[in-house]
Design a protein around this ligand. Sequence first.
Ligand SMILES: NC(=O)c1ccc[n+]([C@@H]2O[C@H](COP(=O)([O-])OP(=O)(O)OC[C@H]3O[C@@H](n4cnc5c(N)ncnc54)[C@H](O)[C@@H]3O)[C@@H](O)[C@H]2O)c1
Ligand SMILES: [Fe+2]
Length: 404
Amino acid sequence: MSLSYKLEVIWCRSFQAVLKVGNYFLGYRMPKYLEGPGKIKELGEFLKAKNLNDVLLVTETGMLRWSMVQSMLDGFDAAGIRYAVQTFDHPDPTSDDVELGYKTYKEKGCKTIVALGGGSRMDCAKGIAAKAVHPKKTISQLQGILKVHWPIPTFVAIPTTAGTGSETTVAAVITDSATHRKAAINDPFLIPKYAVLDPELTVGLPPHITATTGMDALAHAVEAYTNHTYNTKLENKLAKEAVKLVYDNILTVFEDGSNLEARQKMQRAAFYAGRAFTRGCVGYVHAVGHTLGGLYHVPHGLAMAVLLPHVMREFGASAHKRLAELADVCGIGGENQAEKANNFIRWIEQTNARMGLPEKFDMIKDEDIEQMITWARKEANPLYPVPVVWSREDFRRLIQSIRK
Ligand SMILES: NC(=O)c1ccc[n+]([C@@H]2O[C@H](COP(=O)([O-])OP(=O)(O)OC[C@H]3O[C@@H](n4cnc5c(N)ncnc54)[C@H](O)[C@@H]3O)[C@@H](O)[C@H]2O)c1
Ligand SMILES: [Fe+2]
């Protein structure tokens, strides 16, 4: 073990010990949420009752054609809610998108933000909200932790995927248009004030996106639970419940997307998992996964599905106890902790295989590996309280293990 690595471990663990205490002073609230089929139709009346108006709706062009979304907008008109629309149609928001959305927000005199879509739309809208209170700062200046110093405009998140949990998290993941580095703005002010969990919005999700976004929710819950330093009882409970909900429902929604009850449970899993990692943090699955999104446009959930079993296995015995507890929650057996942990990891691999997801990637270039390691370490250290702090060599081994 080199001296610089030893010092890094000491620095990370000391930082985490301090933040564990600091976390008790940060406002990790949960958004108030409307839940159930057809709930988005009530949003106009809801906004009116809260005296909210002048909405910027951030969404995708195609979603504006959905009859449910039309009903929501009819409800806005009926309730006298004025709104402007800003659409983006590509996955993974960029800093240029946020600047464009902020321009619209300002020019149209908006005061409230409604984000409708998957994590990409919700995060873009959160970026716009951060800009609304820090107009002079660039997105890269806002990335990191606790860089948003003022309450953002009232924010309503309406997820159309069941994965990121952005509707309840502190994070907005945005790719810098110039450098392609994908990184998060993390701040309790970014936790949406309200969320609408309407499972009908996810019924049309194609099976592949259902699979990958569902594995993102699982990755949030598993990383938050295996981290455990910052967790209170609440995060541990929510992470366990999310894992069980995914365990019971992911194959059902993959095979029968119209099963509304299972869709609702997956939405709840994503919400709980998002809240769990908002305090508990994610870990190296996300830190490495973001580099794949930034460099090669690998969809976030797909990166999570592939990385999750590899990273958990690489942690070795340090993660066995917590993974064994998650195995217990799901009723996955084993003679001892190590066996239960391995069986839990094997269940993730088998579920990926049943949903046609790959075990490895073939696009990672030799010349990008050192950059990936630098970015992943910059994201994770010292913030993420992972079971084992990895050296550059550990990251290199992990990256080689996910290459075809
Ligand atoms: N803020 C957070 O806490 C957080 C957490 C994890 C991931 N993320 C970020 O969120 C982004 C990924 O979000 P995502 O996984 O939800 O995917 P996404 O928003 O990128 O959407 C994926 C695809 O699904 C389509 N889609 C979305 N909803 C649909 C529906 N109901 N029916 C049919 N098609 C639909 C979109 O058009 C898009 O093509 C990434 O940038 C990731 O880094 C953020
Ligand atoms: Fe994620």
